[in-house]
Ligand binder design. Sequence first.
Ligand SMILES: C[S@@+](CC[C@H](N)C(=O)[O-])C[C@H]1O[C@@H](n2cnc3c(N)ncnc32)[C@H](O)[C@@H]1O
Length: 411
Amino acid sequence: MEKHRFDYFVSCPTGLEDILNSELLAQGAEHTVIQRGGVAFTAQEQITALKVLLRSRVASRVFKQLYSFECHNEKSMYQELADIKWNTLMDVFQTFRLTTIFGKLDPQREFFTNSQFTNLKAKDAIVDWFNDNKGRRPSVEKDHPDISYLLRVDDVKDGIYKVQLMLDLCGNPLSNRGYRRVPTEAPVRENLAAGILMLLAWDPKVEGLVDGMCGSATFLIEGALISGDISPQWLKLKDWKKNMRPWAFLSNQWFTQDENLKKAFSDLAFNQLALDEEGLKRLESETPTLTGGDADAYVLSAAKENVRVAGFSKIIPLIQSKAESLPAPLKKTLFVCNPPYGERLQAGEDEALRALYHDLGENWKKNWKGHRAAVLTGNLPLLKSISLRTSKRIPLYNGDIECRVAEYQLF
Ligand SMILES: C[S@@+](CC[C@H](N)C(=O)[O-])C[C@H]1O[C@@H](n2cnc3c(N)ncnc32)[C@H](O)[C@@H]1O
């Protein structure tokens, strides 16, 4: 007998697709297909997707594919959507959000030229179905909906379009780990920071980690999570234990009506929480090798608060310091940082930034021999001010901003 297959799509920051693919395979995903900005996969059991959701460090969101069909235009898409029995997916009293994205589409196409219009037609199909069949309309909610759908439109050929309807299992993106309580300027997304450490093949058993311009302490906190083999969803797992609903799938009918799956998830989550506690204890018993600081006193206090919320006050000591004069620790260390790069530069700021990048490089040359450094920046010309040869240059996106990670082996 052929087993049922479930289809999923996991999104991630562009540039981290290969890392995501490895993470998915490690959790039992099958038939992975790497796309720009994410990876599609199939699984024989639904729990695989929930393992991915709990354990992937670079995933932004996990989507479950609900329907896939071909159509000619927005009108026939509406008809296909209107045939879905929407009450098997949601309750009329649940609020929902629908987002439409256009995938690969012919620039000369006749239909599907405006994603907002497509989105409106698709939303109408849902609302009209409930109105016709249940005599009530569900409400659309932009910020905190109970159910969140994603509609993706791609070309097939000769005026035929493929439409995929997916369900967002996360709600709040997985990158929002929950430890960044105090905002600081231009923080790196948490999953991007974790992905950069993974792209740099940072191994906590071999190297310590210093972020001399730590801002909200994202690199260091993600580094601690990696070192302790702690789930990136640790804080949300603790919320779940208190009967909160940190992920959207906990309110989805496909989950709530499947007792076996609910039990399997509960076992998975409790097991993960126990592993996370063990990981934290192990880290606390070791000499800290994750450290750093920031030049700005306010930013440093924000970083300390975030570290405290993450549960790592004993693991990540921070000091107010200038990155360009930080001395190297004894243990071999990766100095990772994301210096300011001035999106909208004031007069004179460019020169100050060039001097800062230059001085960072000079400190590494003089005081960090035998270690490794990596700089994430969205201002590529500034890298030229570091007079060291790069051993790797990795293109990435921090939100919409094209960035580079430059790596330096310091001899
Ligand atoms: C782009 S932010 C870093 C963001 C950080 N990666 C995060 O995820 O929040 C740059 C940080 O560098 C700090 N900074 C600027 N000049 C510095 C210097 N000379 N030494 C140390 N920190 C500095 C700023 O206060 C700011 O917090």
